[in-house]
Design a protein around this ligand. Structure first.
Ligand code: ATP
Length: 451
């Protein structure tokens, strides 16, 4: 993980938040390449969920919702973690994670490991952030920052079902920020106070719920593999009955083998009819499906694939990270899927002082950036420029050299194989568009990252 954190920082993907004030735990800011990478993850998800299908529509609901929504959903009473305090070291721990946590003393110990540890009984601690709406703090209405995007979807069920004229099975997909007052110190961007979720609620006839649940587990595993995650780094773990949330009859986690071990990347839950029934009872508005033709009516069951953008981004970074020795040089390379990579192509004039090369490089860059994220780099030796692009995962580099001035061709260098071939400048744009659209699988790792 240290290598990923250091690369992310060095190349401006992710910075610790509020750093000049000493930082704020479990909070991160995303720099230029981090933003581009994160936007690509979201775009690929939305494509797979909405653009490539006929049965799912998009939604963007508010972050601050009516507080009764969180009562009906069970979050006010039940969205809690059990916490214990240590009276000796004054630190607070998740009672269910004591084996993974570090006590406050040096040399560090597990909480409860020594006779000096004086742990309190576990108390339930709600994870929702509270704030107030209204100009006067004392009289303002108490509201919450949403801890998941799903509830904004359920309360819009009627609007969408009517206006989009959809009939089950159909889904509503949403990407947006969620907030949780997590007290376990995060492992980099794995667990943070605010994060983005990509959630889709799929409404189905209750009798078909189990079938659709299994369908969505397979679909979602397939999505990660499609975008380059190695299948051997993924596994599906079904929850034991005593692990299930109050609303769920079945849940599976898609886990990724992060450097911290197998951990949840995405959860797929069969939520049954819990949510629509709860909001019907609490709001007085009936949330059900009514068939205009036959008059048949029922409360649909819900299958929910819920993914974290930041956890997905971390999985893509971990899976892509590689180090290898080429000749007598070491290089670090992010072998990202081209559709996930922040920058698709770099245009590099070999001798920037040469007016002919500089002019052609500028023109080619201007042409390419209209259709994909392209960088122009004329600073420093060519080897250093390649290594910089390798570290941010740019799949292709186009180099303008002396021969370009003679025959209007450029070399295209492949990030993974390091193969170089010459193509004509006139065809470069088309060539890259074709390569971007071609299927891609992760090449074998050189090995250092597995060690
Ligand atoms: P965990 O058990 O790790 O706390 P969870 O089971 O509470 O996660 P869900 O409520 O199922 O998580 O949320 C769906 C997804 O949202 C998770 O699979 C994860 O990718 C993401 N997620 C949840 N909490 C966080 C967080 N604090 N920081 C980053 N991502 C998160």
């Amino acid at each position: 993980m240290d290598k990923i954190v250091s690369l992310a920082r060095r190349r401006g993907f992710v910075f610790p938040s509020s750093e000049i004030y000493g930082g704020l735990g479990s909070s991160y800011d995303y720099g230029h390449y981090g933003v581009l990478l994160k936007e690509n993850v979201k775009a690929r998800w939305l494509e797979a969920m909405v653009q490539e299908r006929d049965d799912i529509v998009a939604l963007d609901s508010a972050i601050i919702l009516h507080p009764k929504i969180w009562e009906a959903s069970g979050h006010v009473s039940g969205f809690t973690d059990p916490l214990v305090d240590c009276r000796t070291c004054k630190k607070r721990f998740r009672a269910d994670h004591l084996g993974d946590e570090q006590c406050g003393r040096r040399p560090s110990k597990r909480p409860g490991e020594t006779t000096d540890c004086d742990l309190t009984e576990a108390r339930q601690f709600n994870l929702m952030f509270e704030t107030r709406v209204g100009p006067v703090e004392e009289t303002g209405q108490r509201v919450f920052l949403r801890p998941e995007t799903a509830q904004g979807i359920f309360v819009n069920f009627k609007n969408v079902a009517q206006l989009a004229r959809r009939k089950p099975p159909f889904g509503i997909a949403q990407i947006g920020k969620s907030f949780r007052n997590e007290i376990t110190p995060g492992n980099f961007i794995f667990r943070t106070l605010e994060f983005e979720q990509m959630e889709m609620e799929y409404f189905v006839p209750p009798a078909a719920a189990d079938e659709w649940y299994r369908y969505w587990v397979d679909e979602r595993v397939g999505w990660y593999v499609r975008y380059g995650i190695r299948p051997e780094s993924l596994r599906v773990r079904a929850h034991d009955p005593d692990e299930l949330s109050h609303y769920s009859s079945a849940t599976s986690d898609i886990e990724y083998l992060y450097p911290i071990g197998w951990s949840e990347l995405e959860g797929i839950a069969n939520r049954g009819t819990f949510d629509l029934t709860a909001h019907t009872e609490s709001s007085g508005t009936t949330l059900e499906w009514v068939d205009g033709g036959s008059g048949e009516r029922y409360v649909p069951a819900v299958i929910e694939p819920a993914a974290g953008v930041n956890r997905a981004m971390l999985a893509f970074l971990c899976d892509a990270y590689d180090e290898e020795t080429v000749g007598d040089r070491e290089r670090t390379v992010l072998r990202l899927h081209p559709e996930i990579a922040p920058v698709k192509v770099a245009v590099l004039p070999l001798v920037p002082r040469d007016a002919g090369m500089a002019e052609r490089a500028r023109a080619l860059h201007a042409e390419l950036r209209r259709v994909m994220v392209a960088e122009h780099d004329d600073g420093g030796q060519i080897g250093r420029r390649y290594r910089r692009q390798d570290e941010i995962g740019t799949p292709w580099a186009l180099t303008i050299d002396e021969q370009t001035l003679v025959d209007e061709t450029v070399t295209i260098r492949d990030r993974d194989s390091l193969a170089q071939e010459r193509i004509s400048i006139a065809r470069a744009r088309e060539h890259l568009i074709d390569r971007l659209a071609a299927p891609w699988t992760a090449p074998a790792r050189a090995g250092a990252a597995d060690a």
